[in-house]
Ligand binder design. Structure first.
Ligand SMILES: [Zn+2]
Length: 477
C-alpha cells in the first residue's frame, strides 16, 4: 500500500512537471490555441465512434457510403454548411472466397486475396520459394524455374534494403510470367495482411496472402520434396463503383487564393476497424475541423481539409481529385498528407526543400513537443500525396517514430481501436493543428512549385523511379 501511494505521488508530480515544461516552452502566440485545444479536444471520441459505429469502410461498398455519410454528419454538427463533395467512378473490388491447398498439408491453409485479383480464377502449379522477391532474388533464378510457377514471397525486405511495396514485387513476378503469388506477412503472430495488388488494372493471376507461420509449413514441405504442388482458388466481386471525396474550406484573408491543404483518407480495409489506418488521421482532421470552426479566426491563407476515398484500392480518390481540380493545383502552397501519423518526431519535405527554413523554425518552436528528427527529405510512396508530388505540388508529411506493434497490424484483422495510443493521438493532433495554423499564417512561406523537369530529376536522384515505373505510375518517359 505504502509503495502504491508513493508511486501515485511520483506519477502525479512528473505529470505536473511535464505540464509546466510544456507551458513554459510553448511560444506565447500559441497559448490561446493550446488552451482552446485542451478545452474542446474530442479526438478520442471521434476515433471510438468511427471504429465502433462505422468500422471497416471499403470504398464503393455500402460501408464506404455509410462512412461518407458519417463524416458529412460530423462536419454539419461542427457548423460547416458549405461542404463540398466530388463523386468519382472506379473499378470496385470486394473479396468473396480464397482457398489454398498445398500437397502434403492436409488442411487448407488460411489465406486472403490481395485486392485487384480477378473475379474468378483457379491455378494449380509447383511452388517456388522466391525469398524476398527483390530484383536480386529474381535475377538469381533461371526464367524456366519461375515461369508458370506459384511464387512464395516474403513481404519483408532484406535487412538494410529500401522497403519495397507489394505491387513492385508483383510486377516483377508478372514480368517473369509466374502463375500465382503467395505473399506472407512481415511479422509472426498469425497476422495476415491485405492490400492492393495494382494501382491500375485487374491482375491477371491470383495473388494471395498468408501468415508467416503458414509460410514456414510451406517452406518445410519444399525442403522435404523437390516438387510441391499448390492449388489456389479465388473469387472476388468486381464492379463499377462510385465514391465521394469530401472537403471544407476556411477562407483566408490577404493571401486568400493560396491554400494550405490537409488530406487524409477516410476509407479502410474490410478486415477490421481501420483504427490505425487511418482512424488516427481521420480523428486528427475532424478534431481540427471542429477547432477551426470554434476559433472563428481567418488566416492569411485559405485552409482546405480533404477526406479522400479509394486510397486503399490504389489512390483512386486523390488521382480523381487531381483530374477534377487541375486548374487549382498551382494555388496549393503546401499539401500535408496524414496517413497513420503516429509518434510524430519531425517533418518530411519529400523532394522540395524550398521552404525548409520555415519548417526548421517551426520544429524549433515545437521543441517542447519533442520533435527530434526536425526536418528531413525522404520521399515515400503509396499514399494520397503521390499524385500531387508527381505534379510538383509542395508536399509535407510527418516523420513517425517507430511504434513496433501498429506497423505490424495495419491492413490486418487486428487494426482495431485497442491498439490506438490515445495520449499519442492527442499529441499528434496538437502538432498537426499547430502546423496547419502556422503555415496558413506564415509570412515566410512561399508558394513554390517544382516544374516537371525538376520533379523527374529529383525522383531519379532519390531512387524512386524504378518503384514508380513498376507500379505504372511514372508520369515521365
Ligand atoms: Zn493508409
Amino acid at each position: 500500500m505504502q509503495t502504491k501511494h508513493y508511486l501515485i505521488a511520483i506519477t502525479a508530480l512528473s505529470l505536473i512537471l511535464v505540464f509546466l515544461f510544456l507551458q513554459k516552452n510553448i511560444p506565447a502566440r500559441w497559448r490561446p490555441v493550446v488552451d482552446s485545444f485542451e478545452e474542446h479536444y474530442e479526438g478520442d471520441k471521434i476515433i471510438t465512434d468511427l471504429c465502433r459505429n462505422v468500422g471497416g469502410r471499403m470504398s464503393g461498398t455500402e460501408k464506404g457510403r455509410y462512412a461518407e455519410e458519417w463524416l458529412l454528419d460530423k462536419l454539419r454538427t461542427y457548423g460547416y454548411q458549405d461542404i463540398q463533395t466530388d463523386t468519382f467512378s472506379f473499378l470496385g473490388w470486394q473479396r468473396k472466397t480464397c482457398r489454398l491447398q498445398v500437397a502434403g498439408i492436409s488442411d487448407s491453409v488460411t489465406a486472403m486475396a490481395i485486392a485487384m485479383t480477378p473475379d474468378k480464377i483457379e491455378v494449380v502449379a509447383d511452388l517456388v520459394d522466391m525469398k524476398n522477391g527483390d530484383a536480386a532474388d529474381f535475377e538469381r533464378m533461371r526464367i524456366a524455374a519461375v515461369r508458370g510457377k506459384i511464387l512464395l514471397i516474403d513481404l519483408r525486405d532484406k535487412p538494410g534494403s529500401r522497403g519495397e511495396h507489394r505491387t513492385v514485387k508483383i510486377r516483377r513476378a508478372l514480368e517473369a510470367r509466374a502463375a500465382g503469388i503467395i505473399f506472407y506477412s512481415r511479422y509472426g503472430g498469425n497476422i495476415i495482411s491485405t492490400g492492393t495488388g495494382s494501382f491500375k488494372n485487374v491482375l491477371p493471376i491470383p495473388v494471395i496472402s498468408i501468415s508467416r507461420e503458414s509460410a514456414r509449413l510451406l517452406k518445410d514441405r519444399l525442403k522435404q520434396e523437390a516438387k510441391v504442388q499448390a492449388f489456389i482458388s479465388v473469387q472476388n466481386t468486381l464492379f463499377q463503383a462510385n465514391s465521394r471525396n469530401i472537403y471544407v474550406d476556411i477562407p483566408g484573408m490577404s493571401l486568400k487564393e493560396e491554400y494550405i491543404v490537409l488530406t487524409t483518407h477516410l476509407d479502410s480495409w474490410d478486415l477490421a476497424e481501420g483504427a490505425i489506418d487511418n482512424g488516427i488521421g481521420i480523428s486528427i482532421t475532424l478534431n481540427l475541423a471542429k477547432q477551426l470552426k470554434l476559433m472563428k479566426k481567418r488566416f492569411r491563407r485559405s485552409v482546405r481539409l480533404i477526406w479522400f476515398m479509394g486510397e486503399e484500392l490504389g489512390l483512386k480518390g486523390s488521382y480523381a481529385y487531381l483530374r477534377q481540380h487541375k486548374a487549382e493545383l498551382k494555388n496549393i502552397a503546401t499539401l500535408i498528407n496524414l496517413d497513420m501519423p503516429e509518434h510524430i518526431n519531425g517533418f518530411n519535405l519529400m523532394i522540395d526543400d524550398f521552404n525548409r527554413p520555415v519548417l526548421e523554425q517551426l520544429a524549433r518552436d515545437m521543441e517542447s513537443l519533442n520533435l527530434q528528427k526536425l526536418v528531413v527529405n525522404v520521399p515515400w510512396l503509396n499514399s494520397d500525396h503521390v499524385p500531387f508530388l508527381l505534379a510538383g505540388v509542395p508536399v509535407l508529411t510527418f516523420v513517425g517514430g517507430n511504434n513496433n506493434y501498429t506497423s505490424k497490424i495495419y491492413h490486418s484483422s487486428r487494426d482495431v481501436l485497442e491498439y490506438v495510443d490515445f495520449s499519442d493521438l492527442k499529441r499528434s493532433s496538437l502538432i498537426v493543428g499547430l502546423t496547419v495554423l502556422e503555415l496558413a499564417e506564415s509570412q515566410q512561406l512561399k508558394n513554390h512549385h517544382l516544374n516537371a523537369e525538376q520533379v523527374e530529376e529529383r525522383l531519379i536522384a532519390s531512387g524512386m523511379k524504378e518503384a514508380l515505373k513498376l507500379q505504372n505510375l511514372w508520369p515521365f518517359k
